[in-house]
Design a protein around this ligand. Structure first.
Ligand code: UD1
Ligand code: CA
Length: 457
């Protein structure tokens, strides 16, 4: 029978010093508690319940629309057992195992959750818990075992005797319980140093009911990393980044100074991608085989097809770069920028909702907004589409093999037909027919001997 997962996440998170609820702080672009939720579903959970406190409405909104996910509010933070008890109304009558994790430890692994469920069932135990050996166990609950090695209890740091404090086996706070959990939770009291309802007291209560406590040990101390402060968030981010870099390098990605490269888990990379130092890859960015991204380029939700090239210091957002196309250095591709095969965008060129056809070029200093540029057209330096009249956006349509001379303003809506030419420095506000030359600027006048006359004044 499938299991349920309860994620405890009602802690206040005061050490983050933030208006944002702790569990919503982004970790590689995803809210902290999102990791626990995804892990829970990945473990095969039929239902997932998150216990939240501070900022409940905000948290609910972020995860709206997830099926089989519910949120319950713990109004007062009276302890971990009290937090878990808040999930009872949602899981009433649920007969499968109930796994419990902590909302601020995002690196808990799927295998840990499934391992706890299997171990509990295989050993016919009433509950199973994760344990870990630490050189420095300070701050954690210590595991107490009898001579046979059976778990008989957990003692919190605050309540521990000096001998107990020397125990190096600790409680990482991940458990699995049978369906009698809710009855047993009612037996937990708050007679301890913190005056809180301690969840690990369930160990004693299950034992008193004659049930066995199973355990599995984790050797991955990453699973323990909790986020209580900005520094810990950065530390966890470092661990995750390291995993992602190692993962992609194993699959054939070349990284120069990998420790400087930022990649979110949603990014996809193909073999022979090259990433230079300081590259930032976010969201649904996807890079095809052999793509090269230059130093300090930042790409969000951008697709680069095989052999495309993004040169250094280029910023791309929801852009699409076809095979053999390139952008940068110092280019900016804004949402719906589209470079067809072999198109080229050079330095200080900005594209927004603009398409460059096959082998079309905009080499330097241009703005193309709401524009369509046909294949093999050339956009000179300083060309601007004036696409906005203060109220509405208008479209510029440029045909095939059009030559737009430098420093021209194309005042939209306007169409330049195939093979037309625009003289440099023109202000174009009328359509240009196929093959025509348009000149729209003051005619040059040379005043002879001007310098001589000026001198004799
Ligand atoms: C808990 C365990 C400790 C274990 C440690 C591992 C208890 C009593 N102790 O201690 O044995 O070594 O985790 O990290 O359980 N929470 C609520 N409501 C509350 C209190 C806590 O939702 O009223 C949530 C927190 O948001 C957090 C989790 O429960 O995600 C653990 O709470 P925390 O206060 O961090 O427990 P620890 O003192 O670290
Ligand atoms: Ca904690």
């Amino acid at each position: 029978m499938a299991h349920a997962v309860v994620i405890l996440a009602a802690g206040l998170g005061t050490r983050m010093k933030s208006r944002l609820p702790k569990v919503l702080h982004p970790l590689l672009g995803k809210p902290l508690v999102g990791y626990c939720i995804d892990t829970a579903f990945a473990s095969g959970a039929e239902k997932v319940v998150v216990v939240i406190g501070h900022g409940a409405e905000q948290v609910r909104q972020v995860f709206e629309g997830y099926p089989n996910l519910s949120f319950v509010v713990q109004e007062q933070q009276l302890g971990t057992a009290h937090a878990l008890a808040q999930a009872e109304p949602v899981l009433q009558g649920f007969q499968g195992p109930i796994v419990v994790t902590q909302g601020d430890t995002p690196l808990t692994q799927v295998e840990t959750l499934t391992g706890l469920v299997h171990t509990m069932q295989a050993e016919g135990a009433g509950m199973a818990m994760l344990t870990m050996h630490l050189d420095d166990p300070t701050g954690y609950g210590r595991i107490l075992r009898d001579e046979q090695g059976q778990i008989i209890g957990n003692v919190e740091q605050k309540d521990a005797t000096p001998e107990q404090r020397a125990i190096q086996e600790i409680n990482p706070g991940v458990y699995c319980f049978d369906a009698s959990l809710w009855e047993k939770l009612k037996l937990v009291d708050n007679r301890n140093a913190a005056g809180e309802y301690y969840l690990p007291d369930l160990i004693r209560i299950y034992r008193e009911a004659g049930q066995k406590i199973a355990s599995i040990e984790s050797r991955d101390t990453g699973e323990l990393l909790g986020v209580n402060s900005r520094a810990q968030l950065a530390q966890v981010e470092q661990v995750l980044l390291q995993r992602l870099r190692t993962h992609w390098m194993a699959l054939g990605v070349r990284m120069i100074q990998p420790e400087t490269i930022y990649i979110e888990p949603t990014v996809e990379l193909a073999p022979d991608v090259t990433l230079w130092p300081g590259v930032i890859l976010r969201g649904k960015t996807r890079l095809g085989e052999g793509v090269e991204v230059g130093a300090y380029a930042a790409l969000s939700d951008t697709v680069v097809e095989p052999g495309g090239k993004i040169k250094s210091h280029t910023v791309c957002e929801e852009a699409y770069v076809s095979s053999g196309a390139d952008a940068g250095p110092f280019a900016r591709l804004r949402p719906k920028a589209f470079l067809d095969e072999g198109a080229h965008v050079g330095n200080f060129v900005e594209l927004k909702n603009a398409r460059l056809g096959k082998r079309a070029k905009a080499g330097h200093l241009a703005y193309l907004g709401d524009a369509e540029v046909g294949e093999e057209s050339n956009i000179g330096a300083g060309v601007i589409t004036a696409n906005y009249d203060g109220q509405h956006k208008h479209k510029t349509t440029i045909g095939k093999r059009v030559f737009v001379g430098s420093n021209s303003v194309l005042i939209a809506p306007v169409t330049l037909a195939d093979h037309s030419f625009i003289a440099g420095g023109s202000s174009i506000n009328q359509d240009v027919p196929e093959g025509a030359l348009a000149i729209a600027r003051g005619r040059q006048r040379n005043i002879e001997d001007y310098a001589k006359r000026k001198r004799s004044q």
